[in-house]
Design a protein around this ligand. Structure first.
Ligand code: AQP
Length: 332
């Protein structure tokens, strides 16, 4: 059976981008068709300025939202990265496999380090090394597939390179995984700046639909989405990124096709109105289940503990094998 691994960073409140680009497919498809592991990758949230109490809160909230979105602990494994030490053990071994040059080529590193430097902040070493930790997250489970949005493709490529290099040098240890992407909404854009990704850690909330936003807030954000001065509804990501983003969001919510939907609308206003309603409806069941689960944190903690136990049982033999392959003396 195909094994799948994917994760979500508790760097902010989960967004519509996370849902349409990743989580919805985990719940609707992946957990049913594969042996799937889904992880709140809390260690990744430490690579930038953060408030410890907030990371803790957001980690539990992210796990709760994953369950609210439909992940079923009877079908898949849901856990928190820092609860399974094998991720950091393997990460070091892979740091000894990766090169400085290939990590400095990562687009996210270039963008985020430039942003940090521009605002006078120091750049943490972990921002450079975290794609290696992400590789460890995936390789520790010998995952075959990694369902991710477009922004993570380069990191999965790095993971593949490290797996191949390690296997060649030290003997076959890891499965070489591949990234898979959703058909639409692989990259949901910020409603106020449709040339940049809707990211949960971005500062301005006006262009970001959070999964826990009230219905009226969602409507307001979408009705105020930046479009352009044209009038004809056309699907063209290059020349009309704002309209294209709305069409993709609507298509994702209705399992439609953005090109076909473009032909249905005669005004931007009508497109926005239908997109807003489609998003409100898509998020309604999730918000309702979240409210019920949030009232029972003991249940969520129990799911995470069981998930971590199961994940550890899968990762430990793989990481032990990697240690032996690299020349480390077994602990006895
Ligand atoms: N806008 C998006 N459109 C489609 N997919 C997206 N994903 C994230 N944003 C979009 C996918 O959601 C999964 C988890 O994402 P993440 O937690 O790794 O990243 P993030 O939500 O983008 O968080 P940040 O902190 O806001 O991100 P960065 O660090 O990029 O600034 C992934 O599968 C991701 O592809």
């Amino acid at each position: 059976m195909t094994r799948i691994f994917s994760g979500i960073k508790p760097t902010g409140h989960l967004t519509l981008g996370n849902y349409l680009g990743a989580v919805r497919r985990w719940a609707e498809v992946d957990q049913h068709e594969a042996e799937a592991l889904f992880c709140v990758v809390d260690l990744h949230a430490l690579t930038v300025e953060h408030d410890p109490a907030r990371v803790r809160r957001l980690s539990r909230q992210a796990a709760t939202l994953l369950l609210a979105a439909g992940l079923d602990p009877a079908l898949c494994t849901v856990f928190v990265q820092s609860h399974v030490d094998e991720h950091t053990r393997l990460s070091y071994l892979l740091e000894c496999t990766a090169t400085d040059g290939e990590l400095r080529r990562m687009i996210q590193y270039k963008e985020k380090s430039a942003r940090a430097q521009a605002s006078g902040e120091s750049v943490r070493f972990s921002l450079l090394s975290y794609p290696v930790l992400m590789a460890a997250d995936i390789l520790a489970y010998r995952a075959d597939e990694v369902p991710v949005g477009e922004d993570q493709t380069q990191h999965v490529e790095l993971t593949r390179d490290l797996a191949v290099r390690f296997n060649q040098r030290y003997g076959h240890t890891f499965t070489v995984p591949k990234a898979t992407r959703p058909a639409v909404a692989a990259r949901v854009m910020d409603l106020q700046d449709p040339t940049s990704k809707m990211g949960k850690s971005h500062e301005s909330g006006a262009g970001i639909v959070y999964l826990l936003d009230e219905a009226d807030v969602v409507r307001k954000k979408i009705m105020r989405a930046v479009t352009d001065s044209g009038r004809v509804v056309e699907y063209d990501r290059e020349t009309r990124p704002g309209v294209a983003n709305l069409l993709e969001i609507l298509a994702a919510c209705e399992n439609g096709n953005p090109n076909d939907l473009a032909g249905v609308y005669e005004s931007y206003g009508a497109l926005k109105k239908d997109t807003a309603e489609a998003v409100v409806e898509a998020l309604r069941p999730l918000r309702e289940r979240h409210a019920a689960l949030a009232a029972d944190p003991g249940y969520v903690d129990g799911v995470l503990k069981e998930g971590a136990d199961r994940a550890r049982g899968m990762a430990r033999p793989v990481v032990d094998a990697a240690c032996r392959a690299m020349g480390l003396l077994p602990a006895g």
